[in-house]
Write a protein that binds this ligand. Structure first.
Ligand code: C5P
Length: 417
């Protein structure tokens, strides 16, 4: 059974009430502003999003500029807002596809009745509508309009149809309106909107589960200053740890040396060698429901590691190496193994090699990682992956590692319960 995912928008819609102070740390929010009076509140909204940790980029529709100035938004976001036009010049910078890929979430606030209609039609007549069509990120709409326009049956049909297709709505609020009417149609207050947006990332799909991950490379010392290692930034493993914690899991991250900051709400154990990683994993593996091996573990280590720096006295040097334990295979071979997920970073014949690994290591799921391209894989923020089980295959389009991490967590939740 082959399944191609074209959009990740369904993920956040499973979100329920937020718990333990959701944040937007490491989240890239693309704020789309359309032409409603509530646009005057967006500089405050940008601040509230930033206070929760978000990086914010802005796209304004032509109408939005009637209500709020690009300069005010630049001052609070630190970036020049993108305007409605798609010109050769703007496309040569961060064009519509780059913006669409950059976003973890697209928030349209305020969203007018007109914009909601265009979104429902799949219109792509300006930068904002085009980004909404091109993104795999969740699109979240915060409506703001006159109460009668909100109640209008065409608007209601557009909203229902968008919800059906996975677009989330935050608000509107009810109360007195700029036009003097009273009723539903006010944009949520910036503080509430920012908090509810952060809450959407907390899916609770792994509520109460214990998840352990390995991440980063390992370092096999030759002497105190030299060693053998693998190419790995740790970004994918850290993004997965963060996504699992946001999904409500108790997460333990066993990390080799990386330059990354430990994710919040994650117990992070720092190790250097494969042997240390193996020991840290097995110290607590009995407690785990799910184990995800993301680390690029060195396959071999020097038999002897010198205590002192080895001098360059010889033209040649031979290092005798011995095989490292396969941490993931050892976990999967336990009498009562957790749900086991592995990674297969391959440059060619990706599916064939990944399937072989799935069977050989007795895994429940393998994430095949295409590391051939220069813009994805090692060190990059993006990845292209395929999720493979013994009976299914799911190709995910190019997306940021954090977006992919949320999708993998969702799939793991589905398969492991
Ligand atoms: O065999 P290969 O290294 O390609 O397998 C990759 C998968 O196995 C990854 O999930 C990696 O984290 C895990 N692995 C491991 N211990 C090793 C080698 C790989 O846990 N010694």
């Amino acid at each position: 059974m082959a399944l191609v995912v074209t959009s990740y928008i369904h993920l956040k819609i499973k979100a329920r009430m937020p718990h333990n102070h959701p944040t937007l740390i490491n989240k890239r929010v693309l704020l789309g502003i359309t032409g409603g009076i509530a646009a005057y509140k967006t500089p405050d909204l940008v601040r509230k999003l930033a206070e929760l940790g978000a990086q914010v980029r802005i796209v304004m529709s032509r109408g939005a500029e009637q209500f709020v100035t690009p300069l005010a938004l630049q001052a609070v976001s630190g970036h020049i807002p993108h305007n409605a036009q798609m010109t050769a010049e703007s496309e040569s910078g961060m064009g519509h596809i780059d913006l669409a890929r950059w976003a973890d979430i697209v928030l349209i606030a305020p969203a007018t009745a007109n914009f909601i209609a265009q979104l429902n039609q799949g219109s792509g007549h300006d930068l904002l509508t085009t980004v909404c069509l091109a993104t795999t990120a969740s699109v979240v709409v915060s409506p703001a309009m006159n109460q009668q326009m909100w109640k209008n049956s065409t608007t209601a049909e557009n909203v229902a149809s968008l919800i059906e297709r996975g677009v989330a709505f935050l608000g509107p609020d009810s109360g007195e309106q700029a036009c003097g009417d009273v009723g539903p149609g006010r944009m949520l207050q910036p503080q509430d909107l920012a908090q509810q947006l952060a809450g959407l990332f907390q899916t609770r799909e792994l509520e109460g589960k214990h998840v352990m991950l390995t991440a980063g490379p390992t370092w096999e010392a030759i002497d105190p200053v030299r060693g053998i290692t693998n190419h790995s930034s740790g970004k994918m493993g850290y993004a997965l740890a963060e996504a699992a914690a946001e999904a409500g899991a108790h997460v333990t991250l066993v990390s080799g040396p990386t330059s990354l900051t430990a994710p919040v709400n994650v117990k992070t154990i720092h190790v250097r060698s494969a042997a240390e990683m193996h020991a840290a994993v097995f110290a607590d593996i009995a407690e785990q429901d799910i184990f995800i091996g993301v680390a690029a573990v060195a396959d071999y280590r020097p038999v002897d590691s010198s205590d002192q720096k080895i001098k360059k006295n010889h033209d040649e040097m031979t290092i005798l190496m011995t095989k490292n334990p396969d941490i993931l295979a050892d976990v999967a071979a336990l009498k009562k193994p957790p749900f086991c997920v592995g990674f297969a970073a391959e440059t060619n014949d990706v599916e064939t090699y990944a399937r072989a690994k799935l069977e050989r290591k007795k895994l429940d799921l393998i994430v095949a990682n295409h590391v051939g391209g220069s813009e994805t894989g090692f060190g990059s923020d993006d990845n292209i992956i395929t999720l493979i089980t013994s009976s299914s295959k799911q190709d995910l389009p190019r997306a940021s590692k954090s977006q992919l991490a949320r999708h993998i967590v969702s799939r793991v939740a589905e398969l492991s319960t």
